[in-house]
Structures are given as structure tokens and as C-alpha cells.
Design a protein around this ligand. Structure first.
Ligand code: HEM
Length: 297
């Protein structure tokens, strides 16, 4: 399948680059589709995104069958919503945001443009539930806002909307982490916790012999266990397996599990602030409870 690369959208008479340069580096804008001078967002760059532009690119929104790139775009804006990032969307970008927020999208007949009806994208969405309608009607919203998302149905973004968006960015910067993994400091922090935990477990008189009897390659074990926790903490599907199956033949008893949880809590508390530590310990206890019944025999 060949995909035509859309021309970068132009913001009439307005330089994003110029204004963005005035913002602190931590607040830099990113864009979903090419815009001069603005880096294109990717899942791994959203953590550094101060605000997301979702420009009109004329790409489909309602029917995205056979368009993995559009599914990826939807996944990306959904992640931006989860992070509560400030978003400014227009044209087909506005329809995409509305779809990500659950609004229906339809093809529209192009209407005569006017102050109440800017030139429309060929696909238009109703305003998402709970949105504040700023211009137009509920069925044909020209401009709406929901939380930190602002959308303009027209294909050309009025300069004053961009200026207002950029002006509000410093106060609106999202601090919500994208996943529990990010909340506890990312994979590097997780690895420090797990390395410390296995140092303790290997030295432990009860657990040490069990691990010693089954683990020969500790680096590989640490990689596996890290992949497991990354997956459990929403950092990506890196581990596939069955925890019960892995432990079934190890002779794990109740005393092993409670020592495991005790040492895990010690390692977690040594590296994480109290709230993040409590969250990780609670997750381990829940998993331990699932390993439970087999232990009791
Ligand atoms: C909530 C509690 C526990 C969690 C979340 C957990 C997690 C894991 C994970 C993710 C693996 C690697 C699986 C893989 O290779 O794909 C693993 C392996 C292992 N676990 Fe646990 N575990 C728990 C409790 C225990 C306990 C109580 C013991 C007893 C000492 C234990 C001993 C082992 C051993 C020996 C292996 C290596 C098995 C092998 O490679 O043959 N685990 N565990």
C-alpha cells in the first residue's frame, strides 16, 4: 500500500517556532503530523511533551481500516489524553481528537464558509460528551473545549487560538505520569529496586537455596523479571508467561512467599518515596495472593 505524505500544514502568518522558543525547554510542543519547526510526537517522546498540536492533515478519521498509521495516531492521542496533556487540534485533527474522546465522526458536505462556519474538514465530529461548545452548534461544532483539549473544526487555525493556547501552556503543563512505571521513576529505577531485591534474596537463608537451585544466569533472570514488572506497570508488553506455571514446580511454601514479600518491601522502600513504594508493595502482595493456594498444599 502506498501512502501519500501530506504537505506540512502551514499556520497562516504565524510562526509556532518563534513562540515555542520562548517556552522553557521542558514545555516544548510536539505535533502529531508534520509542521515546520515542531518535532513530531512519538509514544516515547510524550513524557517530554509540554503541549500537543494535532493539525489538519486531510487523513481519514472515521474509516481507518487498513491504515495502521491512523491507528497509531489514535493510540498516540489517546496516550496524550491519558497524560492530560494540553492539546490543540484543528481540521481533521479536531475530528481525530473527538473520535478519541468517543464522539461519532461523519463525512460532511462542504458548506459555505463564514464567521460561524469556518472551512470544514471533509470529516467532522460532534462535540464529545461534556465538552464546552465555544462556537457552532452541538451537531456541527466549530470550536469546543474539553479539559485541556481545544479543537477548531476549520482546516486553518486562527492565529489567536494558537496564541491563546501557547500563552496558557506554562500553567497547564501536565504532571500526570503516563503509567505506574513512569510514576515510580521509570525502568532504570525499577532495575535498581530489583537488583537490590535479588541481592537480599540470594543472601537469605530461606530463599537463597531455592533461587540457587534454579537460577544459573542471574543477568538473564534479572532481565526476565524486569520485563515482567515493566509489563505489569504499563510500560509495554514485554513479558508473556504464566506466573503460576513458572513457580509450580519450585516447592514454594507460605513461609517462602512471606519472606519474599518482606525482602521485596525492604528493597522497594530503600529506593522509592513512600507513595510509590506502597503502590508497588500492594501490587506484589496481590500477585503473591494469586500464587497462594498452590503454596498451601
Ligand atoms: C509475588 C511474588 C512473586 C513474583 C511477582 C515473582 C515473579 C517472578 C518472575 C516474573 C519470574 C521470572 C519468570 C520468567 O522467567 O519468565 C520468577 C521466577 C522465579 N521465581 Fe518468582 N515471584 C514471586 C514469588 C516467588 C517466591 C516466593 C519464590 C520462592 C523462593 C520465587 C522463586 C522464583 C524462582 C526460583 C524463579 C526462577 C525459575 C526458573 O527460572 O526456573 N518466586 N518469579
Amino acid at each position: 500500500m502506498t501512502k501519500t505524505v501530506p504537505e506540512p500544514a502551514e499556520l497562516a502568518g504565524f510562526s509556532v517556532q518563534g513562540l515555542d522558543a520562548l517556552l522553557p525547554a521542558t514545555l516544548r510542543l510536539q505535533t502529531l503530523s508534520p509542521l515546520p519547526g515542531v518535532p513530531v510526537a512519538a509514544p516515547e517522546t510524550l513524557a517530554r511533551c509540554g503541549g500537543l498540536l494535532v493539525p489538519h492533515d486531510g487523513e481519514p478519521v472515521a474509516d481507518v481500516r487498513d491504515r495502521p498509521d491512523r491507528w497509531a495516531a489514535l493510540a498516540l492521542v489517546t496516550q496524550a489524553l491519558r497524560r492530560d496533556l494540553p492539546v490543540l487540534a484543528w481540521g481533521s485533527g479536531a475530528a481525530l481528537m473527538a473520535r478519541a474522546l468517543g464522539a461519532p465522526v461523519q463525512a460532511v458536505h462542504v458548506q459555505a464558509a463564514g464567521p460561524q462556519h469556518p472551512v470544514q474538514s471533509p470529516e467532522r465530529a460532534g462535540a464529545p460528551r461534556g465538552a464546552t461548545l465555544l462556537l457552532g452548534s452541538p451537531e456541527a461544532p466549530a470550536h469546543w473545549q474539553l479539559g485541556r483539549v481545544r479543537a477548531w473544526a476549520g482546516t486553518e487555525l486562527p492565529a489567536e487560538l494558537l496564541a491563546a493556547f501557547l500563552g496558557a501552556l506554562p500553567q497547564e503543563r501536565s504532571r500526570r505520569p503516563g503509567s505506574p512505571l513512569e510514576a515510580l521513576g521509570g525502568e532504570a529505577t525499577l532495575r535498581r529496586v530489583l537488583t537490590d531485591f535479588y541481592d537480599r534474596a540470594r543472601r537469605d537463608e530461606l530463599l537463597g537455596p531455592v533461587f540457587g537451585a534454579h537460577v544459573t544466569d542471574w543477568a538473564a533472570h534479572l532481565d526476565q523479571v524486569t520485563a515482567f514488572w515493566v509489563t505489569m506497570l504499563g510500560g509495554g508488553a514485554r513479558w508473556t508467561g504464566h506466573l503460576g506455571g513458572v513457580h509450580a514446580g519450585l516447592g514454594v511454601q507460605a513461609q517462602h512467599l512471606s519472606r519474599w514479600l518482606e525482602l521485596f518491601a525492604q528493597a522497594v522502600q530503600a529506593h522509592l518515596p513512600p507513595a510509590a513504594a506502597a503502590d508497588l508493595i500492594r501490587r506484589a502482595e496481590t500477585m503473591g495472593a494469586r500464587l497462594g493456594p498452590r503454596r498451601q498444599r
